[in-house]
Design a protein around this ligand. Structure first.
Ligand code: PMP
Length: 396
């Protein structure tokens, strides 16, 4: 008999040969338990998915109710499915004009694909500008606009007419012209290790894009849904994107993505040709029911308002440790640089032994990701900080 671990390696296609190998049997709130009963505090929320914690009771209730109604009925956009409609109404009520039409898909990458196609279709242009050190997904289109050669090179040719700009560098804004369909940006570059867009820079970007008729696509897949201390990251700025891309925490633990635009822009996907973007499972009713419950939890309590304070506690307690060289933070998303680059594997090992889960930012190798569920309590924060400090101590 093969062990489950052996079957994992024998039968699954894997994205790397260096997985964490945790074998979790139960998750609840900020906690994970493995098959030996060992408890871990989840300090990455499944990579910013479980913003309201694992298995929130309101989400489980909504899922159970939807299970009694229907699962998949038909491809997206044919039947009037109440969970999709209700969620779209709720999202639009929380968004500024003109973000008023929600297209549901399954994931962040797929939402980005839809957004890129929409921008090309609406403007009739082909050039796409995105930023170095941005991650936008793993499908061909979203990979084409991802800003790191290490991920892209082996898969060329990718999308043509993609240009890369340097984030927060004003001189690169000159690249934007009447040839440009869209600029794809994050308000906080997550995979760069938490790098925030400067306000003046966004103001300038918006001015140039308006002048040239260029759409701005905001990738809020990772930083949306309360992570930054606002429901959507652009709310920290005097700026509204033309197309907003959401996924990850949107589904409250279920797979769901969305791209959101004005009615005028969105409608271009539905004609000449019809079926400009289609999806079988997009906006799955169970995912939408879960998302609706999750959104209510997020917006009705103080969770989002508390993200800033909770994040600050983590940064204040961890920044002074001698094994840490710098901390960058927005809300409850932290990028913590280890002083020694070569200690990454050790720290990973120590974190599991101490009973917490972290992760690494893709384009900043010695920087670990700390982004716990926004529901983490003050006691849990205390407990988590002590564990992280203990693991850091072991690096010295
Ligand atoms: N954009 C950003 C900023 C992301 O962090 C991710 C996922 N890490 C994606 C897009 C792609 O989302 P998905 O993995 O759901 O395709």
């Amino acid at each position: 008999m093969m062990t489950k671990r052996e079957q994992f390696y024998r039968y699954l296609g894997l994205p790397s040969f260096n997985p964490l190998e945790l074998d979790i049997v139960k998750a609840e709130g900020v906690y994970l338990w493995d098959r030996d009963g060992k408890e871990y505090i989840d300090l990455v929320a499944g990579i910013t998915v479980s913003n309201i914690g694992h298995r929130h009771p309101a989400v489980l209730d909504a899922i159970r109710k939807q299970l009694d109604q229907y699962l998949h009925l038909n491809v997206y956009g044919e039947f009037i499915q109440a969970p999709q409609v209700q969620l779209a109404v709720k999202l639009v009520s929380l968004l500024p004009s003109p973000l008023e039409a929600v297209y549901f898909v399954n994931s962040g990458s797929e939402a980005m694909e839809g957004a890129l196609k929409l921008a090309k279709r609406f403007t009739g242009r082909t050039e796409i500008i995105s930023f170095r050190n941005a991650y936008h997904g793993s499908t061909h289109g979203s990979l084409s606009i991802t800003g790191h050669e290490s991920l892209k090179n082996a898969f060329r040719p990718l999308l043509p007419d993609v240009a890369m700009a340097t984030f927060n560098d004003r001189s690169d804004l000159e690249m934007i012209s009447s040839r440009t369909a869209c600029v794809v940006i994050e308000m906080v570059q997550a995979e760069a290790g938490i790098v925030r867009a400067e306000e003046n820079y966004i103001r300038e970007l918006k001015k140039i894009c308006d002048r040239e008729g260029v759409l701005i696509i905001l990738d809020d897949v990772q930083m949306g849904m309360g992570r930054t201390g606002k429901l959507f990251s652009f709310e920290h700025y005097d700026f509204v994107p033309d197309i907003l891309v959401l996924a990850k925490a949107l589904g409250a633990g279920m797979p769901l993505g969305a791209f959101i635009a004005s009615r005028n822009v969105m409608d271009t996907l539905a004609s000449k040709p019809e079926l400009g973007h289609i999806t079988t499972f997009g906006g799955h009713p169970v995912s939408c029911a879960a998302a609706m419950a999750g959104l209510e939890v997020l917006t009705e309590g103080e969770l989002i308002a508390e993200a800033e304070m909770k994040g600050r506690i983590f940064s204040e307690k961890l920044a002074g440790h001698p094994a840490v060289s710098a901390v960058r933070r927005v809300g409850l998303a932290l990028g913590i640089d280890l002083s020694q680059v070569g200690k990454r594997n050790d720290f990973q090992q120590f974190s599991l032994e101490e009973g917490f889960v972290i992760d690494w930012y893709m384009f900043r190798p010695a920087t670990f990701r700390l982004a716990p569920p926004l529901t983490i309590t003050m006691e849990e924060i205390d407990k988590a900080i002590n564990k992280v400090l203990a693991a850091l101590d072991r690096l010295l």
